[in-house]
Write a protein that binds this ligand. Structure first.
Ligand SMILES: *Cc1c(COP(=O)(O)O)cnc(C)c1O
Length: 346
């Protein structure tokens, strides 16, 4: 099946009891069992729920993976991966991460004896230098949020495999429409489903996709034991959102391209990284706030929002500077988005 067909149909069969073609919202906590253990594979909705299962199978298909696990947020999914580790283990990760990932690594898991190396991963040779006997996980985010740096997943996966290290990739920014890390050698793909996958700004959710049977058992154990699993209503909303993922991604890419063309020559723009982050020429924090507030469409000021938990010295090193703004180029008519940019930057 091709991508768009999978986004619409994967994991979803007509409901056997009614013939409903859309997966029902199984709003139930528990399931009837004829005798203990004699059930249809569902016991208690923290661990298993049919609406969530349909979504997980669809999410797995989109990443060419065997298994999907949905979590109640992207951070919940990241948390589960980190719980594969034990005190003394080391993690190699990028120096330009989503602020919440940096926060959970430094403020939560560092307290449990896990050591993190935040390094420049755009040069995969650099990764090798930090590998030792304690290294158990490499965590890649690519493209990075918000500076759009690119990490070579395939090159890093070779290093991971040679050294028997798990490789997890936060694929939120590319979406499975543009990049499939498992095909490039990753063991686990993580998504903040809240973003492109959900696509309608009405659900917070996370997901892990993977192939290995043993790893799936370990992660499912954590998922059920720790319980950060989403409910059936949210699962239904994401199943619904996914049906337009391929259409939306095409429109995002086309709008992003046209906006990049516009920004390339705009006198107020110092540089724009990748497609959607811009630093403003000569703007201080106040001026940057003013411009950010005058946008009608969604805009992010990483320093005061998503990346506020990263110390300024660290932020400045990787270019998350005070005058950086990140656009979330939507699927509105591009003429309206350009009009908005023109007035905000005037
Ligand atoms: C939003 C985001 C997360 C966190 O996901 P939540 O669903 O907000 O918990 C992780 N990584 C990236 C790249 C993100 O953009």
């Amino acid at each position: 099946m091709k991508f768009g067909t999978k986004a619409i149909h994967a994991g979803q069969e007509p409901d056997p009891s009614t013939g409903a073609i859309m997966t029902p919202i199984f709003q139930t906590s528990t399931y009837w069992q004829k005798s203990p253990g004699d059930n249809k594979g569902f016991e208690y909705s923290r661990g298993t729920n049919p609406t969530r299962k349909a979504l997980e199978d669809c999410l797995a298909a989109l990443e060419n993976a065997k298994y999907g696990l949905a979590f109640s947020s992207g951070m919940g999914a990241t948390d589960a991966v980190m719980k594969l580790l034990a005190p003394g283990d080391e993690v190699i990760t990028g120096n330009d991460l989503y602020g919440g990932s940096y926060r959970i690594f430094t403020k939560i898991f560092s307290n449990y004896g896990i050591k993190f190396h935040f390094i420049d991963m755009t040069d995969s040779e650099n990764v090798q230098k930090y590998v030792n006997d304690q290294t158990k996980l490499i965590w890649i985010e690519t493209p990075t949020n918000p500076t759009m740096q690119i990490v070579d997943i395939e090159a890093v996966s070779k290093i991971a495999k040679q050294n028997n290290i798990l490789l997890a990739v936060d694929n939120t920014f590319a979406s499975p429409y543009l990049q499939n890390p498992i095909d490039l050698g990753a063991d686990i793909v993580m998504h903040s489903v809240t973003k492109y996958l959900g696509g309608h700004s009405d659900v917070v959710m996370g997901a892990l996709m993977l192939n290995d049977d043993e790893l799936y058992k370990r992660l499912w154990f954590i998922y059920n034991a720790c319980g950060a699993t989403p409910g059936p209503m949210d699962s239904f909303l994401v199943l619904r959102g996914l049906k337009t993922l391929h259409l939306r991604m095409k429109a995002h890419c086309e709008n992003g391209r046209q906006i990049a063309e516009f920004l390339k020559t705009h006198p107020k723009v110092e540089k724009f990284t990748g497609m959607i982050s811009i630093t403003l020429k000569g703007a201080d924090l106040q001026e940057t706030y003013r411009i950010a507030s005058s946008f009608k469409s969604l805009i992010n000021h990483p320093v005061s929002m998503t990346h506020g938990s990263i110390p300024k010295s660290e932020r400045d090193k990787v270019g998350v500077v005070d005058n950086l703004l990140r656009l979330s180029v939507g699927v509105e008519d591009v003429e309206d988005l350009l009009e908005d940019l023109k007035q905000a930057l005037s």
